[in-house]
Design a protein around this ligand. Structure first.
Ligand code: ADP
Ligand code: MG
Length: 728
């Protein structure tokens, strides 16, 4: 009997939900473990508080003296909350968050000790960071990297540690993390958007990007998950026959939340409240044991930090409830995988959402300007946007008829399509007063009403306009949102800079009025970005063909998708905006390609091991039982045994043929791995893994899954899909 599986099943069946006593209002809990403005008012001098607010709003630098004040106040606050340690909290390119704790505690001689934390410890640190991926940046320049405080994202306490959000850069200033380029991109889009806003409202001084993510995940019982080496080592199941019941009845989606999961969610939400993560929505998702959690949207940098923190906290809280959280994009074959929709918009310091139409014709023209420019940006840089969500794990989802395809397109709905069509017919050059009035009243003026009943939502689109924001739906569930947000904000920034230049040129050189010039430029943009607009079924084959005709990219695999990152256009784009220099762009490309290969390498080793060392021996054991049975029948019934042993004999032969197939496939895969591991060129190595090694996973799996169906359930060592997905 396969002990571990049955032990795990038994343990999981005895679980009880552990509900948290919720005695306090969430509004009162909110931000209790965050060094937010309320805490700062209590612990900082007035001038230090003002400096911090200024740094957050205007990006000003914090001077040494202020840093000393802040450090003292922050430490006092943290110690009063029970913190004993502090850490610079950052997001290296591994995808996980990184922390190295130091105690506040320091000795001062004579057997005495104090709690100490000073300005220099707050502002900058040098973690021993040689093991973080750098894409060769640290080899070529300085071996060291350092972390530097990001005063725009507030410090928080996790457990008994004060966490200070920081960037992570090399000594020569190259970004080694996700946050640095994001902050630069947000700065770029702020400047570019403010300049465009000035056409409509001179008072606008700052534009912030907002992000509202929706996190999907699976919950699997801890012991059940731990009994599967593939889940433990790769985050997904590499084999397992689909259960008789999957998601075909649609009975999980939005259904009542199972009580153990509910207890987990309440605990998680409690932690989120303390940490100031404004989670609001929770529900069951499509697949069994799949759930979703979404917050109220926030400024993009903070939202990215909060999502990274959330992914960490989710695992921590799960341990208390004896769950494992699967954030992988495709943990189970045959049921839906998980994504992370990124809802994005731009808003001004005057309180206007630039992607939401307003009350006056002028504010609607402003909406239209940002709306059309975003579409144009996606049209120009669709391939780069695709690259921003590429990963070995997301490859399983994109284009698998459950998530958007690998083709990027924009959905805006029928009504807005009509508006754009009308705008595309605007007269070239100066507009007559009548035409302008007509446009403002009947086309632009109608937008708010249109949007009110803009209900036709297309779930197959990777980038959809949903009333007052765009929703980037192809982001992977496990991904750090910083990557797609850096690209999206950069391409929109670049587009807005181009737009401003074109409008200004028409005003200066052609003597056009401001709104004539805007209409003229928008008209051309609408015409040139038609190819990216698509309202139909993104899952269909017809769309693949149509997209090809339109010249849109369809990069189905990560190695194909990533290439554009080192194209001249991409490098120039990021360089011109100050988001990344050439070295940084190239380093990131290399890191992501390496990461792709390593993921596949691990999966390949794991599936080889499970197939050879778990599945084949089990098959042999069962085959021996069958052989004993046949021999027994023969000894009792003599020549008549054949009629009685027909089924057994057939099984014996089938088992042999599957064993043979598994062994030969694993051998071939291992040889291929050896060959491509020796390949020095990363492009060729990644391509080799993608084309020659990855396909064998499915073939090996096929034979293992067939054996699962044949072999005595009691002997099968691997916890089955029905147990992983339906035990809760
Ligand atoms: P869905 O139907 O896609 O699940 P929801 O309303 O549940 O839609 O989720 C929408 C998400 O979009 C939420 O996280 C919300 O905070 C976010 N959101 C709403 N408005 C904006 C905005 N202006 N900018 C960014 N995100 C937004
Ligand atoms: Mg959504």
């Amino acid at each position: 009997m396969s002990t571990l599986r049955f032990y795990a099943l038994k343990a999981s069946l005895n679980r009880k939900p552990k509900f948290l006593d919720e005695t306090e209002r969430r509004s009162e809990l909110f931000g209790r473990h965050v060094f937010n403005e309320t805490a700062m008012r209590q612990y900082l001098t007035k001038s230090a508080l003002l400096r911090i607010i200024e740094a957050k709003d205007k990006g000003t630098k914090i001077d040494r003296l202020t840093a000393e004040h802040v450090a003292t106040g922050m430490k006092e606050w943290a110690v009063s909350k029970g913190a004993t340690h502090y850490t610079h909290w950052f997001q290296p390119l591994t995808g996980a968050t990184a922390e190295k704790h130091d105690a506040f505690f320091e000795t001062i001689g004579d057997g005495l000790a104090i709690e100490k934390f000073d300005g220099s410890q707050l502002v900058q640190q040098e973690p021993d960071a040689s093991s973080f991926p750098s894409g060769g940046i640290r080899n070529t320049f300085e071996a060291r990297g350092y972390t530097a405080w990001d005063p725009t994202s507030p410090a928080f306490i996790l457990g008994t540690t004060l966490c200070i959000p920081t960037v992570f850069v090399s000594y020569t200033g190259e970004a080694l993390d996700f946050k640095t380029p994001l902050l630069r991109a947000l700065h770029a889009v702020d400047n570019a958007a403010v300049a465009v806003c000035k056409y409509f409202d001179k008072n606008v001084k700052k534009v912030s990007a907002s992000l509202g993510w929706e996190q999907e995940y699976f919950l699997v019982d801890n012991d059940l998950a731990k009994s599967r080496p593939d889940l433990v080592l790769t985050g997904r199941t590499l084999l397992g026959h689909s259960p008789a019941k999957g998601q075909q009845l649609d009975d999980h989606y939005f259904g009542s939340i199972p009580s153990r999961a509910m207890a987990y969610m309440r605990d998680l939400e409690h932690q989120c409240m303390l940490l100031g993560i404004p989670v609001k929505t929770r529900h069951n998702e499509v697949a069994p044991n799949q759930f979703e959690l979404a917050p109220i949207y926030e400024e993009a940098n903070l939202a990215v930090d909060h999502n990274s923190l959330l992914m960490d906290v989710m695992q921590k809280v799960a341990r208390r409830h004896e769950f494992i959280v699967l954030l992988h994009e495709k943990p189970f074959a045959g049921v839906n995988g998980s994504g992370k929709h990124n809802n994005w918009s731009l808003s001004t310091d005057t309180g206007v959402n630039l992607l939401s139409p307003g009350k006056t014709p002028m504010s609607n023209l402003q909406f239209l300007t940002f709306f059309v420019n975003t579409i144009k940006a996606v049209q120009t840089y669709e391939e780069l946007l695709r690259a921003s969500i590429a990963s070995a794990s997301n490859d399983h989802r994109l284009g698998a008829n459950e998530a958007p395809p690998a083709i990027i397109s924009v959905f805006i709905g029928e009504q807005l399509t009509k508006v754009l069509e009308e705008l595309a017919t605007v007269t070239k050059g100066k507009l007559s007063p009548e035409e302008k009035t007509d446009l403002k009243l009947n086309v632009v003026g109608k937008i708010p009403e249109i949007l009110l009943d803009n209900t036709d939502r297309n779930r197959t689109s990777p980038f959809a306009f949903t009333g007052n924001k765009f929703e980037f739906r192809a982001v992977g569930s496990k991904a750090n949102c910083a990557n797609p947000m850096t690209v999206l904000n950069s391409i929109v920034a670049k587009q807005l800079l181009d737009f401003k230049l074109e409008v200004d040129t028409l005003i200066k050189d052609k003597g056009m009025k401001k709104d004539d010039a805007i209409f003229n430029v928008l008209r051309e943009y609408i015409k040139t970005s038609k190819a990216i607009l698509f309202e139909g079924n993104g899952y269909s084959e017809a769309w693949e063909k149509e997209a090809k005709k339109r010249g849109l990219s369809n990069n189905k695999t990560t190695p194909d998708a990533l290439k554009v990152k080192i194209s001249t256009e991409a490098i120039e784009l990021f360089e011109s905006l100050g988001v990344m220099n050439k070295i940084e762009s190239q380093a990131r490309y290399e890191i992501e390609m390496e990461e792709y290969v390593m993921h596949l390498q691990i999966e390949s080793r794991v599936i080889g091991d499970i197939a050879r060392n778990h599945v084949v021996p089990t098959a042999v054991r069962y085959q021996n039982i069958l052989i004993d049975n046949v021999m027994g029948l023969k000894s009792i019934y003599g020549n008549k045994y054949m009629a009685l042993a027909k089924e057994q004999l057939s099984l014996i032969e089938q088992i042999s043929s599957h064993i043979e197939a598994i062994n030969s496939l694993v051998t071939t895969m291992t040889e291929a791995r050896k060959k491509f591991n020796a390949e020095k060129n990363i492009d060729k190595r990644a391509k080799g893994y993608c084309e020659n090694i990855k396909p064998s996973f499915e073939d090996i799996r096929y034979h293992c899954d067939k054996l699962e169906l044949m072999i005595d359930d009691e002997l099968w060592p691997l916890t089955k899909y029905r147990e992983l997905l339906f035990t809760n």
